[in-house]
Each structure stands twice: as C-alpha cells, then as structure tokens.
Design a binder for this molecule. Structure first.
Ligand SMILES: Nc1ncnc2c1ncn2[C@@H]1O[C@H](COP(=O)(O)OP(=O)(O)OP(=O)(O)O)[C@@H](O)[C@H]1O
Ligand SMILES: [Mg+2]
Length: 458
C-alpha cells in the first residue's frame, strides 16, 4: 500500500482527494501548506507527493525543489489551474514527474498516480536487483542458484519482515511449501506458530470448522468445542495451500478475516480477533478462475498483495546440478550409504529431462536412485525417469506395465514407494493417503512405522 502526501490549501479539495485516494487503497496524508508538508516528510515514509502550485507561504514550486533536495527519488505530481500551463512546464523542469490541470477528473488523477507509483516501484526493484548481483541470497535448505530463484529469494527477504499477505504461484512441486516456510522463518513471527491448511484435502463441510473452529453443538457430532487454524496461528503465520479450491461460501468468510482479522467459531457468538500473517498458494491460474467467476475478485486482490511466482524447473535448469548434489547428500545421509556424487552421463540425463513434476519429481528420482545404487557414484542405470509420477492430479490410469516393480526392486520396496507416493499426493495427510490406498488409517500407520517413518501429525 502506497502513502501519498497531499498538499492543498483548499479544504474541500483536500477532503475530496483524501477520500478518493483512500478508496483506491492508498494512505493519504493531507496538509494545508508546504511547511507542514516538509515536516511530515521528515517523519513519515511517503511514496509520492501531490501538491498544489498556488499555496499560501512557500509556493508549490519552492516546495517541489525542497522535496527533491531531501529525497530526489520521491515522485512529485503538481496540480495547477488552467491557463497556467507555463507554471506546469516550469515545475516539470524543476523535477516534477507529472502535472494535472485543475479542474481535473478524478479518473485522470488516479491514472497519473498509479503510473507514477508503478514507475517508482520498478525503479526500486531495479536497485534491489542490482544489489542482489553482488550478494547471493542463501536460505537454509533451499537451493537457488539460478537468477530466477535468486529473484524469488530476494523478494522473500524483502517481504518476510512485513506483515503483507503473500500469494505464491507455481506448478506442482516447484517449492511453494518451502518458500512459505522461509517467509515465516525470516519474519518477526518466526518463533510463533506456522499453521498449514490444505484447502483441497479437506471436504467442504469440514473446511469451515477447520479454519474457524466450532463451539459445542454447532453441528451434529460437535460434542466439544475446538479452535480453528486461524486461532492456532495467532502471533504466527497461516499457510492456506491450494487456495484456488476454496468453495464460494468460505471465500466470503476468508475475505472478512483478511480485511479485519476477525471471525466467529461455527455456532459461536463471540467475535475473535487474531494477529496472523497470511500466505496463500495455488498451482492454478487464479486469473482464469476470476474470469470464470469461481473465485471472488475482492478476495483475489486481498490475497495478491505480494505475488511470488516460482518458475518451473525446466525454466531454471542451472539449478539442477545443485539440486542433485543437495538431494544426494540428504538421502545418502538418511540411508547411511556412502554415495558422494553422480556420473556425467547420469547428470546429462537429468539435465535433459523436462521435469513435469518439478523439484519434487527430481527429489523422488534421486531418492530411488540412492535406494537402488550399490556404488559410491550414481550412474545412468540408477536413474529411472520412466518411473516418475506425473503431477499429483493426473496419473490414475491403471497401466499394467506401470504397475510392475522396476527391475532391481523387490515387491516390498515397491510397496514402500507406493505408500510414499500416496503420502505425497495427499500432501502428508495420513487419513487421505490411507483412503487413496484403500487402507485403514491404523494399517497405514503400522506400515509407516515399519518403514521407519516417524509418526507425527502434520
Ligand atoms: N529450491 C529447492 N531446494 C531444495 N529443495 C526443494 C526446492 N524446491 C523444492 N524442494 C523440495 O521439493 C519438494 C516439493 O516442494 P514443495 O512441497 O515446496 O512444492 P509445492 O510447490 O508446494 O508443491 P505442490 O503444489 O504439489 O504442493 C519438497 O520436498 C521440497 O523440500
Ligand atoms: Mg505444496
């Protein structure tokens, strides 16, 4: 949200501008003369100055020069009466970004402000990109060597300390979860809770009570009361995964929480206030959903305050060798195998692959390769690209060859892989994974404990 300083001596005009700017989502600071304007600039962070030229005391032109002396980067837009175009020209020469002639239409004014703020924003971005060239962003457990991922991490570093809502976009498996956590950990809320909720994995009738909680008797079966995820995330971050799948009825309620940070439990009358940072993610094109009318526009704009798009792996192949090393080290450690690297032939295979399942798919391939390998270096023969799962949504085709354990794998190992895959598809949700496998939850937990997977709730 941008802050605009308005300097205008005419009270009515000041009021009109203040109201209209607020309506556009800007913070408008208004003063009646240049001196007050300069004072305010010393105290507040201002993104743009809008000033009348004809002012009592110091006039607009002098004011403009004074502003430029203190901070040359602030765009200044001047307002001047018809018939005084010469003054406008003079102002432009003195460093004004643009001018409007009074009386103006508010639409015209808004367009000019938006344009100037955008220009300023782009300039700031350039500066930080330049800074980034000399400084590589490093985050624990995140491989990001490509310029595209460096840009992503640069944005994360910049927005993490703020409370701004972040909307993460990107195909399945690109690392949205990972980035959401990084935002939390690098924020001032890092010591607070990080609560994730997967909006797809939960049936519509349960999603509402999961998010907002319920009171005893709110519905059949509500024998006690329970806090929702928003309450649990107080003083921390809530991660709304797969936000594109939230049904319309719940979208309205989310909008309210986003605006006012308040809600009621289901069946409750008390309004609860929470202090949460919201990070949402989607692998869908939400703009398309807007057009189809399945996603509310007002909610979209509330969520899309800071958009971060994580590019697919095929668009940042420079990361692949580093990801390979990262995953080999990780799986060698957990499996206790002394695997230290990969042959050039195997690496080429991985570099040439289009990775429809992105980093998750690469991670799976390396995990399997490490499991199968008997040498200290992974070879092309250890890499089984054909085995790779498609994106989680696709792939329910029951192809007999796909059902057969790949050579070198025992039936038991193969079953373990299927169980892990079910967990991945269920995003770690054990009840859902059990359902996918046709197992009871307890049967799945038993299998997982045999595989050595720790039994913790996610
Ligand atoms: N840059 C990276 N460095 C290291 N590991 C990564 C990176 N990106 C992703 N991963 C790993 O890949 C896997 C998939 O990442 P993640 O779960 O964050 O993807 P996602 O975008 O949330 O996927 P989905 O849309 O399916 O939820 C995770 O195990 C994650 O740790
Ligand atoms: Mg995810």
């Amino acid at each position: 949200m941008s802050t605009i300083l308005v300097v205008e001596d005419e009270p009515k005009m000041r009021r009109v501008l203040e109201l209209n700017l607020a309506e556009e989502g800007y913070t408008a600071l208004t003063v009646a003369d240049a001196e007050a304007g300069l004072n305010l600039l010393r105290r507040e962070k201002v993104d743009l100055v809008l000033t009348d030229i004809k002012l009592p005391g110091m006039d607009g032109l002098e004011f403009l020069q004074a502003v430029k002396r203190t901070n040359a980067a602030i765009p200044v837009v001047v307002m001047t009466a018809y018939g005084t175009v010469e003054t406008a020209v003079e102002a432009m020469k003195a460093g004004a970004s643009d001018y409007v002639l009074k009386p103006f239409s508010l639409e015209e004014m808004k367009l000019i402000l938006r344009k100037e703020l955008e220009v300023r924003h782009l300039r700031e971005e350039n500066v930080s990109l330049r800074e980034a060239l000399g400084h590589r962003y490093e985050f624990k457990n995140i491989v990001a060597r490509s310029p595209k991922m460096q840009e992503v991490l640069g944005t994360v570093e910049r927005v993490a300390p703020s409370n701004s809502t972040v909307l993460l976009g990107g195909e399945s498996g690109v690392g949205k979860d990972l980035i959401a956590r990084a935002i939390h950990e690098h924020s001032r809320r890092g010591a607070g809770p990080f609560i994730k909720i997967n909006c797809t994995a939960i049936p519509e009738n349960l999603l509402e009570s999961e998010l907002f909680g319920y009171e005893k008797g709110a519905f059949t079966g509500a024998v006690g009361s329970k806090p929702g995820k928003f309450e649990l995330a107080d003083k921390g971050t809530i991660f709304l995964d797969e936000i594109g799948d939230v049904p319309g009825t719940i979208q309205v309620k989310l909008l309210r929480v986003l605006q006012d940070r308040e809600f009621e439990r289901l069946g409750g009358t008390k309004t609860l206030k929470v202090d949460v940072r919201i990070v949402a993610a989607t692998n869908q094109d939400l703009r398309a959903a807007l057009e189809e009318g399945t996603f509310r526009e007002d909610l979209y704009y509330r969520l899309n305050v800071v958009p971060i798009n994580i590019p697919p792996l095929r668009e940042r192949k420079e990361d692949i060798p580093y990801l390979i090393d990262h995953f080999i080290a990780q799986f060698a450690r957990v499996s206790g195998k002394p695997i230290t690297g990969i042959t050039p032939a195997a690496q080429k295979l991985l570099m040439d692959f289009p990775w429809p399942g992105n980093v998750r798919e690469l991670e799976n391939i390396i995990e399997r390769a490490v499991a199968l390998s008997t040498a200290v270096v992974l070879d092309a023969a250890d890499i089984r690209l054909d085995l790779s799962p498609a994106k989680p949504s696709g792939g329910d085709a029951a192809d007999a060859t796909a059902l057969f354990p790949p050579s070198g794998m025992t039936l038991e190992q193969f079953e373990d892989e299927i169980i892990k895959e079910a967990l991945r598809r269920a995003n770690g949700n054990k009840s859902q994974a059990a359902r996918l496998l046709g197992l009871s939850r307890n049967a799945l937990r038993y299998r997982l404990s045999k595989m050595g997977v720790p039994d913790e709730e996610s």
